[in-house]
Design a protein around this ligand. Structure first.
Ligand code: 9MR
Length: 381
């Protein structure tokens, strides 16, 4: 028979467990919003490494605050399929195993993307572009091998990423040059065949722009009607505070309504908020766009003024109010990069600046925004 604990000790332990639980609900964005949507974060390969590099400390913060994760880089084509006959899932397996052991839902990112696509993918051994049939076969083989490797472990995939320009034209990628717009439909079909249980997503940036979201919606609407296995059209959401908070938020609300007409769900897949000056009115997340460093473009090297943090908090509160209003359309609200220190925003579109684009500071402490967003949803209940 089990030995009974002295009653005082048992009561104390129960009280501690209850208080841990309360703390958890008080500080976790994922828990606070779990009845509305998944709250996710991108994860880099140092955060899930088995060594003791400083970023492994992020993992606890990730597990405590989020319930969905996506690989920032380690599942991209150039990493998992660097040569035609060689796959390398070392980093991706490490990430997926660690996520599953913490009960986190995993998003694979991404199967077909013009950027970070391995060099061999579009060329034959003489260096000429491959034929349409060869590219179809390569896409199918790549998608099938990657998805089947993770079948049952990775629940959802960004199947196609960034196939449109901001003005609504198809991006003139090598996939498009060789196969025309059909490559998008084919990718979804290959993905569905490879893992019929997986959720399949389209993902793009600048989706607050009417020209872009309307082109994406017009493209997918007839395909979805004809049975394309598309779970949701996701909007990345790399936002710049100085671009005008209220307009951005109302434009995104319009985009949610536009996507609704397609008959699929939506969500935010890569949210961050740059607080630095915006060079030349630049927008988007096209990683090849870069500008020269100038000190006046990097005003918060020492610290961020408190008033600026208040503007940031207000932006997220207003943005989340809009999301809550449209919660029936939204399946996931995912942030891109855990903390200000490891955010890609410090190097884009100007290298080496000090940005404050995420929800956690450089010491992994949650910013006041997090508590305010939790408070916001509490008050709705
Ligand atoms: O955050 C990623 C950064 O570390 C990489 O250097 C970059 C290279 O392509 O990709 C970044 O992630 C991008 C994502 O995969 C797709 N949407 C835009 C993201 C930011 O550039």
């Amino acid at each position: 028979m089990k030995k009974l604990l002295p009653i005082g000790l048992a009561l104390m332990m129960a009280a501690c467990a209850a208080s841990d639980k309360n703390n958890e609900t008080e500080t976790s964005l994922a828990k606070a919003y779990e009845k509305y949507w998944y709250t996710g974060i991108s994860v880099n390969q140092w955060e899930t490494a088995s060594d003791n590099n400083p970023q492994t400390k992020d993992w606890k913060v990730i597990v405590d605050n989020f319930n969905w994760v996506v690989a920032e880089n380690c599942m991209k084509c150039e990493v998992v399929h660097p040569e035609q006959n060689r796959y390398d899932f070392t980093l991706a397996d490490q990430f997926v195993d660690k996520a599953l052991s913490a009960n986190l839902k995993v998003m694979g990112h991404c199967l077909i993307w013009h950027s970070q696509c391995a060099k061999w993918f579009h060329y034959d051994s003489d260096g000429n572009l491959v034929s349409a049939d060869t590219l179809k076969a390569r896409m199918k083989e790549h998608i099938t091998t990657v998805m089947q490797h993770f079948k049952g472990r990775v629940a959802a995939w960004d199947v196609c990423n960034e196939c449109f320009e901001d003005d609504g034209a198809f991006r003139n990628s090598l996939f498009y040059q060789i196969l025309g717009e059909d490559f998008i439909k084919l990718a979804f079909e290959y993905a569905h065949e490879a893992d019929p249980d997986a959720e399949l997503y389209y993902n793009d940036y600048s989706m607050n722009k009417a020209s872009k979201v309307e082109a994406v919606a017009n493209f997918f609407a007839p395909l979805v009607k004809n049975g394309l296995p598309l779970t949701a059209i996701n909007m990345q959401g790399h936002i710049i505070l100085d671009d005008g908070a209220q307009k951005i938020i109302s434009d995104y609300e319009h985009s949610i309504e536009t996507i609704k007409t397609v008959g699929v769900k939506t969500g935010f897949s890569e949210l961050d908020l740059s607080v630095l000056p915006n060079p030349y009115g630049f927008s988007g997340a096209n990683v090849s766009d870069k500008f020269a460093y100038r000190p006046e473009m990097d005003p918060y090297i020492d610290s961020l003024p408190a008033a600026r943090q208040l503007e940031i908090d207000q932006f997220w509160i207003d943005f989340f109010k809009m999301l809550i209003k449209n919660r029936d359309e939204i399946t996931r609200v995912n942030f891109w990069c855990l903390n200000d220190g490891n955010s890609w925003r410090n190097d884009f579109p100007i290298r080496g600046r000090k940005d404050y684009a995420t929800l956690f500071d450089r010491d992994n402490k949650p910013k006041p925004t997090v508590a305010k967003l939790i408070e916001l949803v509490r008050n709705k209940q």
